[in-house]
Design a binder for this molecule. Structure first.
Ligand code: HEC
Ligand code: HEC
Ligand code: HEC
Ligand code: HEC
Ligand code: HEC
Ligand code: HEC
Ligand code: HEC
Length: 259
């Protein structure tokens, strides 16, 4: 098989924008730094159309993806076509898809850090998912090709939870005694990328719980949570480690989620 570089209108637009991306090393639109994409040496941009021939499904669905829609809504955001994440594809196209001729972000998140540089910091925190060492990928939780990149977003938070419970089956339930906080999504308590707090919690103490469980203080300084006086209890440790609400995700035996 022989492949000729095709100079379609698409290629020109794509190439043009790509060059802009490289020239304007720092992104103008959103105050986020855009770095040169990781790429295969010697390759140039081929354009989305060139991918259709062999990855028809992926290209066909791409229009519904967050990144495609972003590009349409605001061209200034930069080129978010296939090669925005996969790097220049000309060698891959010419070789008929030979192994090792194109970037696959599954193997390294660098492609995403071009535009989401802040995420490198989040995944460097002491408690985080193992994305930087390649044991997990952004793609385990985000679909880059189809639909919303944040799965279930806008549908229901329970659908969003499925992103997590496909791996963390213990937290999926069903439980006899539910903790209705789960309806707010796992992210009501956890930072999905990483956190300075243990278990990637968004707060390390009772404040995690008191955001939702109204805390009332009367003139004697009494702290009520769930209608009960928690003054002495809160001194014993966190709400989930003091032997009080250890089954925080739900329980089959204890209504106050004790075990
Ligand atoms: C002529 C056919 C052909 C064209 C055109 C083509 N690909 Fe591929 N691509 C393949 C084949 C075949 C594979 C599977 C290679 C393998 O076994 O890993 C592949 C694999 C890939 C992979 C996975 C690589 C890996 O290391 O896991 C990515 C990413 C990819 N293609 C992206 C693209 C993009 C983006 C374009 C458009 C710029 C494109 N392809 C155009 C045939 C093609
Ligand atoms: C937002 C970044 C991004 C964009 C844009 C993007 N991809 Fe991907 N692509 C990825 C990631 C991430 C993976 C690895 C998925 C995973 O972890 O399973 C991937 C994997 C692939 C693969 C390997 C097979 C697979 O599905 O795992 C192919 C082929 C591919 N992409 C083609 C394309 C084509 C064609 C386009 C344009 C229509 C495109 N990609 C646009 C991020 C992107
Ligand atoms: C060329 C730049 C670019 C690249 C590369 C890129 N993104 Fe994005 N992404 C954006 C922009 C722009 C937005 C929307 C604005 C924002 O981040 O606030 C966005 C939004 C997102 C969102 C939020 C979507 C939503 O519905 O709110 C996720 C999740 C995301 N990107 C993941 C990824 C992942 C994973 C990769 C790598 C596979 C990646 N991005 C690569 C530019 C990029
Ligand atoms: C363990 C699952 C998981 C992994 C792995 C993951 N994310 Fe996310 N990410 C999420 C969830 C869940 C949200 C939604 C957060 C919310 O709704 O508060 C999100 C939100 C985002 C957003 C939009 C909101 C924001 O924080 O800016 C971006 C961009 C993003 N992720 C990029 C990435 C990139 C890039 C990677 C890989 C380097 C990655 N994510 C890996 C689960 C994950
Ligand atoms: C692809 C599988 C996978 C997905 C999807 C996933 N995780 Fe994880 N998660 C892991 C692995 C692996 C660990 C590390 C477990 C260990 O070291 O014992 C982990 C660790 C954690 C921990 C910390 C546990 C500890 O002992 O410190 C929390 C909390 C967590 N994940 C929450 C989430 C949330 C919330 C989501 C959804 C946004 C999610 N995870 C999605 C695989 C996954
Ligand atoms: C109401 C707050 C809250 C919500 C909502 C929540 N978690 Fe947790 N999660 C916690 C707390 C608190 C801990 C720490 C428990 C401990 O240290 O024993 C924890 C611990 C974890 C752990 C580590 C378990 C272990 O044994 O070390 C994983 C994994 C986890 N959560 C996943 C999830 C997933 C997946 C969801 C969504 C389906 C979720 N969490 C929703 C509060 C919450
Ligand atoms: C996102 C909001 C939210 C967060 C955060 C939250 N909860 Fe809840 N919790 C609820 C809701 C909603 C209910 C059910 C309604 C009610 O009883 O107030 C509930 C009920 C409970 C119950 C009573 C169960 C019953 O039926 O008797 C306990 C105990 C509880 N939560 C403990 C905690 C602890 C401990 C934390 C912190 C780790 C926490 N909650 C964090 C929303 C939340």
């Amino acid at each position: 098989m022989k492949f000729r570089p095709r100079l379609t209108k698409n290629t020109l637009i794509f190439g043009g924008v790509a060059v802009w991306g490289l020239v304007l090393i720092s992104c103008v639109a959103v105050n986020r730094t855009v770095l040169a994409p990781p790429s295969v040496p010697g390759a140039s941009f081929a354009g989305n159309k060139a991918c259709t021939e062999c990855h028809e499904n992926t290209v066909g669905h791409f229009g519904s993806s967050s990144h495609s829609r972003l590009a349409l809504a605001d061209p200034k955001l930069g080129d978010t076509g296939c090669e925005a994440c996969h790097g220049p594809g000309s060698i891959h196209v010419k070789s008929g898809g030979l192994k090792g001729t194109i970037v696959n972000p599954r193997k390294s998140p660098e492609a995403c850090f071009q535009c989401h540089l802040d995420k490198r910091g989040e995944f460097s925190l002491s408690n985080s998912h193992a994305v930087l060492n390649g044991r997990m990928s952004c793609g385990d939780c985000h679909d880059p090709h189809e639909g919303n990149a944040i799965k279930g977003k806008g549908a229901s938070l329970e659908a969003e939870n499925e992103t997590c419970t496909k791996c963390h089956t213990a937290q999926a339930g069903p439980f006899v005694f539910k903790h209705n906080a789960m309806k707010e999504g796992c992210t009501a308590c956890h930072s999905p990328h990483g956190s300075v707090n243990e278990k990637m919690l968004i707060a390390r103490d009772g404040n995690l719980c008191l955001r939702c469980h109204l805390q009332t203080t009367d003139k004697n300084g009494t702290i009520f949570a769930g209608g009960e006086d928690h003054r002495t209890r809160l001194q014993n440790g966190t709400c989930w480690s003091a032997g009080c609400h250890e089954s925080i995700h739900g329980s089959n035996t204890s209504k106050p989620l004790r075990y």
